[in-house]
Design a binder for this molecule. Structure first.
Ligand code: 4AD
Ligand code: MG
Length: 482
């Protein structure tokens, strides 16, 4: 007989004569009650074992983590907390789990650190089951949003020759041997002898290739893995993360902000509508976690309230120049509480400043725009009429409470001459990016796009605080297990 998912059993509208459920034992109480979970929902189904007619041998093998199949009757539950339960007639142990050795024991309340070391098993906990289901629903929402608006999904290359961000934070890709590496006459590595006959790396962003597609298909988006060899061992950085990058021909920076805001609100709403049980559970988890923190460090809003707040309120749009004025006059700046003090226009904003603006000053998501040209990437459009020495570009960053930067984007420099000037100044190889420059040589037009770090979105929606806990197998400096 075919087995039925626990979620469907719990949502049944009637009792059922004979059902089969398969899953993993979460707990086994009083030699009688199995809490069975199969991953289809955060909720377990209670399976009541007729212990008097079940051999002791079998009862002993019903341990946390074991895989079992039960056949029985779906009846209305007498116990509180669930509508239905299974009165078991036949129980089969599919796979034993040694209670002494299985590391995920609910009684022990394993720490997040311990669970990270057991990332292959942590998904068997309620918390990680919930996070990963929410992550999956959010990725579906991303595609839904763009597909319903007629965007074309583009798979940009993972191995590339270019550094899209110009920050030099790339992982090299090579098939050359480390001993006896082929060298040129002047002693440099001879990439002509490498697999691709040139230097290559893992992509830091699909934007540049994405732009070429937007300049033909109009509206495109990418959604794929990106890699950064930046040595930032923080709770917001991964070496391998997933990024969503829409790019739209004929959009300017205002259109770009509108798109980003609408997109983020859509995916959050989608999660609220489709992950109610998981989000409620995660809200409870967060409340629990925060009980151990001093009152001042606790969030002002519970998780669902915070998500709804983002849906119901416009993001505050603030220019970099206004933000600098606010920061310069802020209490932590005057009292020298910031690690990096804001003294003058042109300073790069650190996460402490971003979080001050969002969490203390505006108390809502903020879009900062028109940044100084020299702290941003080469492809961003230079603003018309900016003061010499105070040039700004049409850049925007979206800052979220508890997260900091969640989106980075810009209107692109569509003027060939201006772009070439900029590349020369930054010593970016024109030859290497000749294909990119073709978009400006042939039929150039205003266009804009942004990148949203998918894990930072999942962090926000799940209320988790460490980015290592919202991707199945995190890659960070010093860690590439699994
Ligand atoms: O601001 P970034 O570097 O922008 C770009 O890559 C542009 N090419 C995007 C575009 O305009 N198409 O990165 C975009 C977002 C950040 O706002 C952040 O959310 C996320 O990607 N991000 C990271 N997430 C996790 N770990 C890291 N190391 C990240 N670096 C960036
Ligand atoms: Mg950025």
């Amino acid at each position: 007989m075919k087995h039925t998912k626990v979620k469907d059993l719990l949502n049944s509208t009637t009792t059922l004569q004979e059902v089969n459920a398969k899953g993993w034992v979460r707990t086994f109480r009083n030699n009688q009650f199995i809490a069975l979970n199969d991953g289809s929902t955060i909720n377990n189904i209670q399976c009541v074992v007729d212990f008097e007619n079940t051999p002791d041998e079998t009862l002993k093998r019903i341990t946390t983590g074991a895989a079992v199949s039960v056949i029985g009757t779906l009846i209305e539950s007498k116990g509180a907390g669930q509508k239905y339960e299974i009165q078991v007639n036949k129980l089969e142990i599919l796979g034993d789990s040694d209670a002494e050795k299985f590391p995920i024991q609910p009684k022990n309340k394993p720490s997040l650190d311990f669970l990270r070391e057991n990332a292959h098993l942590r998904v068997r906990t309620n918390m990680f089951g919930a996070i990963m289901r929410v992550r999956s629903v959010l990725s579906f929402a991303v595609h839904n949003y763009f597909q319903s608006k007629g965007f074309v999904y583009v798979n940009t290359p993972i191995i590339t020759g270019s550094d899209a961000e110009g920050a030099g934070e790339m992982f090299k890709v090579t098939a050359l041997p480390f001993d006896n590496t082929p060298r040129t006459e002047d002693g440099k590595v001879n990439y002509k002898e490498d697999f691709f006959e040139k230097e290559t790396n893992l992509t830091v962003s699909g934007q540049l290739e994405g732009e070429t597609y937007a300049m033909a298909l109009g509206q495109i988006y990418t959604f794929g893995p990106t890699f950064r060899a930046e040595n930032s061992n923080t709770s917001r950085h991964l070496a391998e993360f997933w990024m969503i990058e829409p790019e739209v021909a004929f959009n300017n920076l205002d259109d770009n902000m509108d798109l980003a805001e609408d997109f983020i609100q859509y995916v959050i709403k989608y999660a609220l509508d489709n992950c109610q049980d998981d989000l409620k559970f995660l809200e409870g988890r967060l409340l629990d976690e925060e009980k151990s923190k001093p009152q001042a460090e606790r969030s002002e809003m519970a998780l669902l309230e915070k998500l709804n707040f983002v849906l119901e309120n416009n993001f505050k749009r603030v220019s970099y120049t206004e933000a600098i004025d606010i920061l310069r006059d802020s209490t932590p700046n005057k009292k020298k509480k910031f690690q990096y003090l804001i003294n003058e226009w042109g300073a790069d904003l650190q996460s402490e400043h971003e979080r001050y603006l969002v969490e203390k000053h505006f108390k809502c998501p903020v879009i900062l725009f028109d940044y100084p040209a020299n702290i941003k990437a080469f492809y961003m459009r230079l603003n018309d009429n900016t003061e010499p020495g105070r040039e700004t570009v049409r850049a925007m960053d979206i800052l979220f409470p508890g997260i900091g930067e969640i989106v980075g984007g810009s209107e692109r420099e569509e003027r060939y001459d201006v772009l070439i000037e900029k590349m020369k100044a930054l010593e970016i190889d024109e030859e290497e990016l000749s294909w990119y420059l073709d978009t400006r040589r042939f039929g150039s037009a205003t266009h804009a796009g942004f990148g949203l770090g998918f894990e930072r979105l999942v962090l926000f929606v799940t209320g988790m605080t460490n980015i290592r806990d919202v991707i199945p197998f995190p890659r960070t400096p010093g860690n590439a297990e699994f």
